[in-house]
Write a protein that binds this ligand. Sequence first.
Ligand SMILES: Nc1ncnc2c1ncn2[C@@H]1O[C@H](COP(=O)(O)OP(=O)(O)O)[C@@H](O)[C@H]1O
Ligand SMILES: [Mg+2]
Length: 479
Amino acid sequence: MAEIIISTEIEGEPLDVGYLSVASSPNDEHGPRFHYDIDFVRRGYAIDPALPLDTSPYELRRLPLAVVDAMPDAWGELLLQAAERYDARDNGRDARQLTAAACLVAASDATRQGALRFRTEPEGPFLAGEVTIPSIIRLDGLRKAAEEVETNPDASQQAAQRLLESGASALGGARPKAAVIDDHGDLWLAKFSRLGDRHDVPLWEMVALDIAENAGLVVPERRLLTLGDHRALVVRRFDRTEEGRRRGYASLRTLMGPRELGGLRDYSDRGIGGRLRRQSIRAQEDLQRLWRQAALNLLINNTDNHLGNHGLLREAQGWILAPVFDLDPNPDRRTDFAIHYNGAANRSTGLRGLLSMATGLGIDDDRALGILDEVHQAVAEWDTLAHEHGAMNDEVSLFADTFTGLDEEVRRVVSPAHSAPVRSKARDSKARERSPGDQAQPRSVETAGHPARFHTRTLNQDQQPGGSPHCAPTVTPRE
Ligand SMILES: Nc1ncnc2c1ncn2[C@@H]1O[C@H](COP(=O)(O)OP(=O)(O)O)[C@@H](O)[C@H]1O
Ligand SMILES: [Mg+2]
């Protein structure tokens, strides 16, 4: 068994959370064990609803989901597993399948999600250290490295090394990504297009995030950068404070617990809404935000709205709903939503489900219709935003039904009394957000010493990449 010490900080003070024993070989059949540090029981908080603060040890069947939130997902695993194969080849040994414990401690500490940190020695260094997170001006090189690794991980040792040395290993999600810092040293997350993408995914995510902000949701600062024929979406990390401190994070997967324990994958009070009401320190506001986000996902057909794509942030007093991220409008209207609408899984029944669950979340009908109207008006700007971001005409046509398919149904339920005059928030946001560095071309990004400016204050189910390995899949369940 590998012994791992979990640490965090509370109001700037470092604290050990507890001690985790995990299998160090794939053949080890012992489940993980965890116990809180006694001091943390007095001064800390439950890092996972499945692990209430208590001094007695927990015998577990799998890694705590709160720990999984701080681990790499398919993309980071791909990089770490490739590194293991290079090392094995260089040293004339057989490559091993990395265990969950090995993946956990091999991922970059600097870029880890949330505020949990890991080490194997008391007072020892946090694992894994020694990365240099590149400046945003290196983004084109990182994108090319990511593409190379995705194309053939076994023939891209240098590219994988570059990404690992830049801290990409700890980033969650399945799409290729990298960590970068802006001129102030603040941490951002870069998302690239992916081999096999059928449309310009970063661009449409940017459009969707702009819509979300115009619809009244909290959305991180972001930029869409053009790198030659490709685009990258760069998003400010919301799990770091302005001073660069770590903010605790838990995905809704952690809030809901493992599927077999019955946590319903549904926005309603019977599922996520009910859990959020119990966990959030500002439940009324967060339930409205959840409903608003559910409405947005429905109207932009973001079917990849799974539990890992929603999260909570830790405040001093407790948990609140995290900003919106990973919005992926889906042009295929036959796909079911990962999280359901009061039992409704698809687009044709979603609106009825959405409206029927409002009361259960403490939102009266008038308010619900008002929110729906605001979201609908923001979505109506989709084509203006898409053109502003440089979408190709054929893609705009491809997405027309995605953004307008529910127009009539929504208009029927939102009476004129609720309908505010349409004001083009999108155009306002254009004036606010554009700056000359935004559409930086690759040469200016990487080589000509023209850093993309970041100091202007403005601002599915994830498929596995082909042949991606998993760190001990039996103990790191993903939604
Ligand atoms: N702005 C952000 N700040 C902090 N963490 C983020 C941010 N955006 C995404 N994440 C985290 O990174 C993970 C991967 O990002 P995501 O956008 O979901 O990528 P993918 O499209 O590969 O699923 C998310 O699950 C979330 O934990
Ligand atoms: Mg995701």
